[in-house]
Design a protein around this ligand. Structure first.
Ligand SMILES: Nc1ncnc2c1ncn2[C@@H]1O[C@H](COP(=O)(O)OP(=O)(O)O)[C@@H](O)[C@H]1O
Ligand SMILES: [Mg+2]
Length: 311
């Protein structure tokens, strides 16, 4: 039996309109995404890619322009499903007049943790996130990293089945990141699903089962890290490039550059290399040299993203 889906979007679109319908921004474009129960899923993309917008749509905080989103196979508009959900927003805003322990107790009450279990649950989380010393400290005096940890504890207070974390590692130091990974792996062992957005691949790659790469609201790649790292880019070196080949190449994503009097055709993946090779053969162009390189994940991340236009 295949695992149930924790998150599923169908042709999800969100266009923000400015005043008088000016300044339209297509933040999310026809997004089809599925996260299985029990997965740790990385949602990657540069700033402005549409990650937070997607998350807001999943949380039903904003309405889609078109398409639909589901959590545990229920439409996100059904509030019942939100009980199974924990959320850490991008910027954690805490009520500064509480101490850490009090704040978590307050959230526990809000989330319906029974009164007799609250103290244990709060202590458990303070320990898990190494916030014991922070429990009696006023939240107003917290560092950004501590605030992030309290935010994380808040998201987990009711032991949700799905955690949605928007750029959770942004304020953490390297030690904090290591602990954070351990916490996520602990959740996974207990069958929980975690959806993490980040603009830095290396921060999430060690914990994620699968990642998706988003740019300009569009899904560029999705797969296991193994699948993505299996993508090999290659360079074909030729002596000449007849005009018809040149034109045909322009319609693909192959990049043509001059290298020491030779012509290099860079193909981002195997499928493109086959296409280009067939094209060259068809026009009788001999391949002088072939270079294949396995990409690191960081390279895949950047090669999936088209560079911003030069100013
Ligand atoms: N409330 C809003 N009104 C108008 N445009 C917005 C709003 N929120 C985000 N955007 C725009 O939508 C795009 C995606 O933003 P966002 O989802 O925040 O991206 P990310 O989280 O990946 O950095 C950006 O171009 C951003 O400027
Ligand atoms: Mg964001």
């Amino acid at each position: 039996m295949t695992a149930m889906s924790a998150i599923r979007t169908e042709n999800l679109c969100k266009t923000y309109t400015g005043r008088w319908n000016r300044d339209e921004t297509s933040a999310v474009r026809t997004l089809n995404l599925e996260v299985k129960e029990g997965e740790i899923f990385g949602f990657l993309g540069p700033n402005g890619a549409g990650k937070t917008t997607t998350i807001h749509l999943l949380l039903n905080l904003i309405r889609p322009t078109s398409g639909a989103a589901h959590l545990f196979d229920r439409p996100v508009t059904e509030t019942e499903v939100h009980r199974r959900l924990g959320y850490l927003p991008e910027s954690v805003n805490l009520h500064t007049y509480y101490r850490g322990g009090e704040l978590l107790n307050f959230y526990a009450a809000l989330c319906g943790v029974p009164v007799e279990k609250r103290a244990d649950r709060v202590n458990e989380l303070l320990k898990l996130l190494q916030l014991e010393d922070a429990a009696e400290k006023s939240v107003a005096k917290y560092s950004k990293g501590m605030a992030q940890r309290i935010g994380f504890a808040q998201a987990m207070i009711h032991d949700p089945d799905l955690l949605i974390l928007d750029e959770p590692t942004a304020s953490l130091d390297p030690v904090g990141r290591k602990e954070f990974r351990d916490v996520l792996l602990g959740l996974k062992r207990r069958g929980k699903t975690v959806f993490i957005s980040s603009h830095i691949l290396s921060e999430v790659e060690t914990v994620c089962d699968r990642v998706a790469i988003l740019q300009n609201g569009e899904l560029k790649r999705v797969g296991t890290l193994r699948q993505l790292s299996a993508a090999k880019s290659s360079k074909l070196i030729v002596d000449i490039l007849p005009a018809p080949v040149m034109e045909a190449l322009a319609a693909t994503t192959a990049e043509v550059t001059m290298v020491q009097g030779k012509i290099a055709i860079r193909c981002a993946d195997e499928a493109l290399r086959h296409t280009v090779e067939a094209l060259l053969q068809q026009h009788g162009v001999g391949i002088f040299q072939r270079e294949t390189e396995a990409q690191s994940l960081e390279e895949i991340f950047f090669s999936s993203i088209t560079p911003p236009p030069k100013l």
